[in-house]
Every structure is written in structure tokens, then in C-alpha cells.
Design a protein around this ligand. Structure first.
Ligand code: ATP
Ligand code: MG
Length: 447
């Protein structure tokens, strides 16, 4: 018995760190996603879709086995066939794998792709941090110039701008390349060796292999030591500095303000040169809404030709939190242009036919599918904010005409129920929509 109660509980509750997007809120996701894909299109990016799971080795290699993601957060399991498989913790690795596997680069560089994906990380759930979350990401392959860095940053910024998001700070840094990074690693190692007793176990293990990771540790004691560590910008080579200056100049030309923050190193191993984050102070501790940068070594690491590349990931849940905290209203889309109520079996059948016809003309129509009486049908039409309604009963059937009622103004217009019905309704619909626009924006045509 107890076992059964427990199993019902498991069935009735979603898993910790996951969230459902309910019908009453999904329009907000669609609105944000439409802006993301629209902006991606205007920057010349095409969508890529890759599987939820990949060989574990792909993420060990690309994300990097000294990172938090690989060391602690991956959903890894062994399949019935004995393979080690991981649910994607981010979108970059899968996109790069697909690009290489299918020889997409044969079409010539640059390749520009975007994705909207779910990601999986076994983290401690809290505000802005889930175990299943969603990212919008953009990636560019085969682009070495600093114009590419600037383009990608502008693209991310354009999404925030289109949404009307305020007070986001763009934090920018360069973390050098494979030529200058070793020098910085040595300096960091030397520095952290002196404060070994304050570092957590994970950071101690990073000391030899990847001391830069320590700068990203969320443990407060490690963060305190890291705050005074040597800064990477004192160590980058002339080429990296020139590249970084180029990025900054482009951002200035695009009128995008930024703060150089030498503590931004990003959580994933594959970054080189430019790294950036868009950070908000309005959504609590998890304030990074978007993070990205250049990863010139990744494609080679995955077995491809050296291919300078870059991209970013934007957390959709955090972005929605931000919109909510800044009280940015997302307009709820209409669910009904015309509600047709029927009284009696024959009238209900007619209503059903007409509703189908209106839908074919791409307006939104609804009729009764619950079995309600007339009064309840009209109450429902009110509830779903139908713009127009129409009632068909025996009289309307006999006369082959009915009245369409504008639910806001109350104005009624007679329409035939024959083959001219759709044209008649359509012209009523268009008239009222243009009257509304004129009220809102003025009558340009007659000025
Ligand atoms: P954080 O420092 O917050 O852990 P991260 O460096 O691990 O972030 P990235 O791997 O760069 O994050 O992912 C890009 C974006 O995805 C983040 O900026 C954030 O908006 C979002 N994100 C990352 N992890 C989560 C999560 N567990 N839940 C919700 N959103 C997340
Ligand atoms: Mg993280």
C-alpha cells in the first residue's frame, strides 16, 4: 500500500529542477522565441537541430573535463547497448559535431547557425537555475575577424533591444589564445599555490591542469582568493590584444556600451580570446542571461581542420524572469475572432461547418464542442474574448441569414449563411480592424 502511494506521488509530480510551460503562459515563450529567430534571420543565420543525447566523449572533449559541467553536472548514463550517453548540457558541442559530420563547411565559410534547445545539468535548483532549461544560441564557424565577434554580440543585444529589456551590462574580456595562455596559467598557478589552504577540493584539482577554472568557482572562499589573482589582460599577446581592440572599436561604432571585466572567464573550456556576458542585477544571484565567446580551438579538438569559431548561449528562463521583473508585458495572442453558437442539432451542425470554413480562411473561429446550451456558449465566448459572435437557431436556418455581433461595440450586422458568408464576415472583420488601427495611430490615408 505504502509503495503504491509513493508511486502515485512520483507519477503526479514533475521532477525536481524541471518546469512545465502551461497553456496560459506558453505564448510568452513563443513571443520571445519569435523575436530570437527573427533577429537570427536578419543576421543571416539558419536553424540547426541536433539530438538531445550524444556520446559522452563529445562533451568531455569540447566542454572540457576540468569544468563544473563535466565534473559535476552532466546527465550521463549507460544504454542497454553499453554505450555512455549524455543529455546535452549546452548547444555548442552538438552543433559543431553535426557541422563536421555532415561536411557543412564544404558550402564555404562563414557558416552561421542558431538553435533553440533544452539543456540538462544536474545542479541545485534555485531561482534562475534548473536541471532542464532552455537556450537560444548562435554559432559562427570559419570567421577569424573581430567583426564576427562584434556581429555576434550585436545579434544578442538586438534581441534584448527588441524585447525592451533595460539595465543589462555587457561584460567583456579576452582570455588569450594557445600561445599566450600558458604564460598566464603559470602566473595563476604561482599565485594560487600561495593560498592553497583556502581553495576547495575541486579547485585544488584544477590547480595543475586548468587554474583559470578557479576564477569561475562559486565557492565564496575561492572567490575571495580569485579576486586578487593576476588578470589575464596583462598577459595576452599582441595578436590577441589587437583582436580585442578591434572588437571594442566595433562595439563603439555600433553604439553598444560595455565594461571590460577581466574576471569573466566563462564556464566552458573551449573559449579563446573574446568572452562576454550580458548580466542583469534584476533577477537575483543568477544574473547572467547570456554568455558566449570565441572558441578557435574547438573544431580542431573535435577532429576537424582549424576553424576559428564563436557563439553564445542565452538562457530563456532567465530572460523571461528578467522580462517579468522589468514588468515588460507580452501581448497575449487572440484565441477567437468569431464564436458561432448553435441552438438545436441542425443549427449546431451548420455552426460546425461555418467554423471550419472561417478557419480555412486563416482567421480564428470556435464553436461549441462541450455540449453547452446557448447561454453558456455566449458566456464562454465572452470568457475567451471572442471579437465577434454569431448565433444560429431555427429562425436563422430558415431565413438563411444571421447577425454577427461585434463583442466590444455591440454593433450587429446581418450576413447571409450561404457561400457569401465568409466574404461578408471578412469585410466586417477588416472594417473593424482598420477602424481600430485608425483610432490607435490616426488616419494617414486621409491626411
Ligand atoms: P552560471 O554561471 O549561471 O552557472 P554558466 O556559465 O554555467 O552559467 P553557460 O554554460 O554559459 O552558463 O550557459 C549559457 C546561459 O544558459 C547562461 O548564461 C544562463 O542564462 C543559462 N543557464 C545556464 N545554466 C542554467 C541553469 N541551470 N538553469 C537555467 N539557465 C541556465
Ligand atoms: Mg553553470
Amino acid at each position: 500500500m505504502r509503495k503504491e502511494v509513493l508511486s502515485m506521488k512520483l507519477i503526479a509530480n514533475g521532477m525536481k529542477g524541471t518546469a512545465d510551460v502551461l497553456p496560459s503562459e506558453s505564448y510568452q515563450w513563443q513571443f520571445v522565441e519569435d523575436i530570437m529567430t527573427g533577429q537570427a534571420a536578419s543576421y543571416g543565420f539558419k536553424e540547426i537541430r541536433t539530438p538531445v543525447f550524444e556520446h559522452t566523449e563529445l562533451f568531455n572533449r569540447s566542454v572540457g573535463d576540468t569544468t563544473d559541467v563535466v565534473q559535476k553536472e552532466m546527465y550521463t548514463f549507460t544504454t542497454k547497448g553499453g554505450e555512455s550517453v549524455t543529455l546535452r548540457p549546452e548547444g555548442t558541442a552538438g552543433a559543431a559535431r553535426a557541422m563536421l559530420e555532415h561536411g557543412v563547411y564544404n558550402d564555404g565559410y562563414p557558416i552561421k547557425v542558431y538553435y533553440l534547445t533544452s539543456c540538462y545539468r544536474y545542479e541545485k535548483p534555485q531561482k534562475g537555475r534548473q536541471r532542464e532549461f532552455h537556450q537560444f544560441g548562435m554559432e559562427v564557424y570559419g570567421a577569424a575577424s573581430y567583426f564576427a565577434d562584434a556581429e555576434v554580440i550585436c545579434a544578442a543585444k538586438s534581441i534584448f533591444d527588441r524585447l525592451g529589456v533595460q539595465n543589462l551590462s555587457l561584460e567583456l574580456n579576452s582570455i588569450g589564445c594557445k600561445n599566450c595562455r600558458p604564460k598566464y596559467h603559470n602566473a595563476l598557478k604561482e599565485y594560487f599555490e600561495g593560498s592553497k589552504d583556502q581553495l576547495c577540493d575541486t579547485c585544488l584539482s584544477r590547480l595543475d591542469r586548468n587554474p583559470m577554472r578557479i576564477l569561475d568557482c562559486k565557492n565564496p572562499e575561492c572567490a575571495e582568493v580569485a579576486a586578487k589573482a593576476p588578470t589575464v589582460l596583462d598577459y595576452i599577446c599582441d595578436d590577441c590584444r589587437e583582436h580585442f581592440d578591434g572588437v571594442k572599436n566595433c562595439l563603439e561604432a555600433a553604439d553598444i556600451s560595455y565594461t571590460v571585466n577581466p574576471h569573466i572567464v566563462r564556464g566552458l573550456d573551449y573559449y579563446t580570446r573574446t568572452v562576454f556576458e550580458f548580466v542583469s542585477g534584476d533577477i537575483g544571484a543568477q544574473g547572467t542571461v547570456c554568455g558566449g565567446g570565441r572558441y578557435d580551438g574547438l573544431i580542431e579538438e573535435l577532429g576537424g581542420q582549424p576553424t576559428p569559431s564563436l557563439g553564445f548561449g542565452m538562457g530563456i528562463e532567465r530572460l523571461l524572469l528578467l522580462l517579468e521583473s522589468q514588468k515588460i508585458e507580452i501581448p497575449a495572442p487572440p484565441v477567437c475572432d468569431l464564436y458561432i453558437a448553435g441552438m438545436g442539432d441542425a443549427a449546431k451542425m451548420k455552426a460546425f461547418q461555418l467554423v471550419e470554413g472561417v478557419r480555412n480562411s486563416s482567421l480564428i473561429a470556435q464553436g461549441d464542442i462541450v455540449g453547452r446550451g446557448l447561454k453558456a456558449q455566449m458566456k464562454y465566448a465572452d470568457k475567451i474574448k471572442a471579437k465577434f459572435s454569431m448565433v444560429i437557431g431555427d429562425n436563422e436556418l430558415a431565413e438563411n441569414k444571421a447577425k454577427i455581433r461585434n463583442m466590444v461595440s455591440g454593433k450587429e450586422t446581418e450576413v447571409p449563411l450561404d457561400e457569401n458568408f465568409f466574404d461578408s464576415f471578412f469585410s466586417i472583420y477588416v472594417d473593424s480592424t482598420s477602424a481600430q488601427l485608425i483610432e490607435q495611430f490616426g488616419d494617414f490615408g486621409n491626411e
